[in-house]
Ligand binder design. Structure first.
Ligand SMILES: [Zn+2]
Length: 393
């Protein structure tokens, strides 16, 4: 996520703090200052930091269980609205999803359980006033953790309850169907929140709108993945690929971008792929060093490559989310195509426009070889041999 500061690593997972979180700390500190002066500001900031430490524990609960079940966790980012653990893939085994999801709220229950004998029962369950001493802060923290535990069982995305509901449903029906049902239930709940918010509090309206959009987003993501799972790289890749050589000056690469609409260019030495040159690198080099630099100096000499038989959903999860670029497709060491994020978006767009989701497979059993592997031409077109006929006026 952009605009986030790295805080270090826990269990091999990068912990990041979104920059807007600092604004929240400043805002709460100021509120505490207005209520009780400097010490009020100190306790208020202390409370926010303690609450977010609990949010980190919650996210670590999800992440550590996910790691145990073989799902790679990329990072945990702290936002003012809570934490987000970025998993590399979403588990589709309902038991795994259930275990990963339940682990988060359970961490809040554990924190509350550890503090409860020291503090006694809290006066309120989601913090309402600012504490002015340590016992007050700890008691508020118990209330917040119990509140988070219960709140996360609300069966609506993006709350953990939505995922638990889907996992339960997925034990009886397909994962995609379960997502649609869980998302619809979440949206019905969101509408209830909004209606209740009209009478009680604006916060409920905000929360309702948030849940509504999140449910829709989740449904879309799952639909997208289930469509892409039916597709192999050969079905959607571009077969007419323009390639360059290590000696090509990037002026010609730029010209080829205009001419072909292609952004990334495989670099070939004869029949052999020796690198990939991408648009951001070309643009940066043109701006800093001019247009005469040869491709060899700026290409990635060891780009990730795909096979025509790779599953597109897998490609999307493994590589596209990290490098937004094209991937050379090789078959028996020979370049047969290029798969770009645009290929995938266009496929999804077409599928969405067609009535009903209909995964389309190429009918040809083996992909025909790539054609039009043409290096861009550096020389301008030759002038016409004879002057064009002129009409005397
Ligand atoms: Zn959670």
């Amino acid at each position: 996520m952009r605009w986030s500061l790295p805080l270090g690593r826990v269990f091999g997972i990068a912990l990041r703090l979104h920059f807007t979180f600092l604004l929240l700390v400043a805002f709460i500190g100021y509120q505490g200052f207005l209520a009780r002066g400097v010490s009020g500001a100190g306790w208020a900031v202390g409370l926010v930091l303690a609450v977010f430490a609990c949010v980190v524990l919650h996210e670590l609960g999800h992440s550590v269980v996910a790691q145990r079940l073989g799902v790679e966790v990329r990072s945990i980012t702290l936002l003012p609205i809570g934490g987000v653990a970025a998993l590399r893939s979403i588990p589709e085994n309902p038991w795994h999803e259930m275990a990963i999801t339940v682990a988060g709220p359970l961490m809040n229950l554990v924190v509350a359980g550890v503090l409860l004998p020291v503090t006694g029962w809290p006066r309120e369950f989601l913090w309402v006033h600012y504490p002015d001493d340590l016992p007050g802060l700890l008691r508020t923290l118990v209330g917040v953790n119990l509140g988070l535990f219960v709140f996360n069982f609300i069966p609506a995305f993006p709350m953990d309850g939505g995922r638990m509901l889907r996992a339960l449903l997925a034990m009886w029906m397909s994962y995609r169907r379960a997502t649609v049902v869980a998302a619809t239930a979440g949206q019905a709940l969101a509408v209830l929140f909004i209606v209740a918010g009209l009478k009680f509090s604006v916060m409920w309206i905000v929360l309702g709108a948030f849940i509504f959009l999140a449910a829709e987003g989740e449904e879309k993501t799952v639909k997208m993945r289930s469509v892409l799972r039916e597709v192999e790289v050969a079905d959607v890749m571009t077969r007419e690929v323009v390639t360059v050589t290590p000696q090509t000056p990037i002026r010609d690469v730029l010209a080829a971008m205009y001419r072909t609409g292609q952004d990334d260019f495989p670099v070939m030495e004869g029949e052999r792929l020796v690198g990939l040159v991408t648009r951001p690198v070309v643009i940066q080099t043109v701006n800093q060093r001019g247009e005469a630099v040869p491709v060899a100096e700026i290409m990635d000499p060891d780009p990730p490559v795909l096979s025509p038989r790779n599953n597109v959903a897998w490609v999307h999860e493994q590589v596209m989310s990290e490098h937004y670029q094209g991937f050379p497709v090789l078959e028996n060491g020979r370049l047969v195509g290029l798969l770009t994020p645009d290929n995938i978006s266009r496929y999804l767009l077409l599928q969405e426009s067609l009535k009903g989701w209909r995964p389309v497979r190429a009918t040809t059993p083996t992909p025909p070889p790539a054609t039009a592997v043409v290096p861009p031409v550096a020389t301008p077109p030759p002038p016409p041999k004879s002057a064009p006929p002129t009409v005397p006026s």
